[in-house]
Design a protein around this ligand. Structure first.
Ligand SMILES: [Zn+2]
Length: 373
């Protein structure tokens, strides 16, 4: 048991009282009370109002005190970054959007992010810093095998950030962070789910009993390099042929629609035309959603999640989501789909930032006070 565990349980809403903490940590109430008192004295937790009684005296409600320090977070895409300064509970206080070019390589991009974050932090102590990257990130915090992030492969983002910040760090891929952001917004009832980020690239994350499943090397959750029959012998950026990525990613959809004579350049153009009801775009989107759904069938049968949640630009296209949902309902074992929720993410554009906050809190923020347990 550590201070970080208590802070994490309270910040995430899993515990709102000493009694909750005692139950979740399996510790005697007196032990929990002593630790909570230390955190209250240190100004990290606060008590307010009165919670719901389960018989006996009504418990005081515990919450995380905003305090002085900041959590810094940056969620990077190919051409933009969303950055934030957040309080100790992971609530964004200031958010800013920046234009970046990820292909400029890690040094200039990270320096630019650090400068912008320094402005947002306004000199307050940094309690933790996290960054989301649009590609696979290994357990050392290095980008591995991304074809879209020129110059980043093998570069340890974690090591470079450690030179900027003397604070706990999170370096993860965007799908993992969006999944945790969804968990923050949806609350502790959502514990087992698959999150798919369907944007220009495809990524996915698996949350098991409220925690990210990262796998042995940190790169679990890939769906994009499953071979699909419709992929035929299309070359994929991973070096294989016929991956789902070559059919259902925004980049592949843009190529497919262009080959049919529709002049667009980006995934955002594609989404706009889908809203306008362009028939070529809609047919392509429906096919792509169906292929994604068929790959997800295996995952749903195997993992039996509560929900399959789709995020990213393509998830805002109803036809794409409906086609994936159709494939899942049709092909999954009935018991797995009886109560399965399949739908669009509710966390919105801040999902990645909220996910960074959650992971930093769970891992333990820097504590700028002495003598803590
Ligand atoms: Zn591939």
């Amino acid at each position: 048991m550590s201070a970080a565990q208590i802070m994490g349980l309270v910040a995430s809403g899993r515990a709102t009282s000493r009694a909750d903490l005692s139950r979740l940590l399996g510790l005697a109430p007196s032990t929990v009370s002593a630790h909570v008192q230390e955190l209250l004295d240190a100004g990290l937790l606060e008590e307010s109002g009165e919670g719901r009684s389960r018989g006996g005296r009504r418990p005081r409600l515990l919450s995380v005190r905003a305090g002085d320090g900041v959590i810094l977070a940056a969620d990077l895409g190919g051409h933009h970054a969303r950055i934030a300064a957040m309080d100790r509970a992971g609530r964004p206080e200031a958010i800013q959007d920046l234009e970046i070019d990820i292909t400029a390589g890690p040094e200039p991009v990270l320096a630019r992010i650090a400068d912008a974050l320094a402005e947002l932090s306004t000199g307050r102590p940094v309690l933790g810093m996290g960054i989301g990257l649009p590609g696979p990130v290994d357990s050392d915090g290095a980008v591995v095998g991304s074809s879209r992030m020129h110059g980043w492969n093998g570069f340890s983002v974690r090591r470079r950030l450690a030179e900027y910040y003397q604070a706990p760090l999170v370096v993860d891929n965007d799908a993992n962070l969006m999944a945790m952001g969804e968990a923050v917004v949806r609350g502790p009832e959502l514990r087992d789910f698959v999150f798919v980020k369907a944007g220009t690239g495809l990524g996915a994350a698996l949350v098991n009993d409220g925690r990210l499943h990262r796998g042995a090397r940190g790169v679990a959750g890939d769906v994009s390099h499953n071979r699909v029959p419709a992929g035929g012998d299309r070359p994929c950026n991973c070096g294989n042929l016929g991956c789902l990525e070559t059919i259902s990613s925004g980049a592949a959809l843009v190529d497919a629609v262009r080959a049919d004579g529709v002049d667009i350049a980006t995934t955002a153009d594609l989404v706009r035309l889908a809203r306008d009801g362009n028939p070529t775009v809609n047919t392509t989107l429906r096919f792509a959603g169906r292929q994604l759904g068929e790959v997800l069938v295996t995952i749903v049968n195997f993992f039996n999640p509560q929900a399959v949640i789709l995020g990213g630009a393509l998830a805002t296209c109803d036809l794409f989501v409906a086609a994936a949902r159709g494939a899942l309902y049709e092909r999954c074992l009935p018991l797995t789909t009886q109560e399965l929720e399949i739908g669009e993410s509710v966390a919105g554009p801040d999902a990645g930032l909220l996910g960074i906050g959650r992971l930093l809190i769970d891992q333990g923020l820097a504590v700028p006070v002495r003598n803590l347990p």
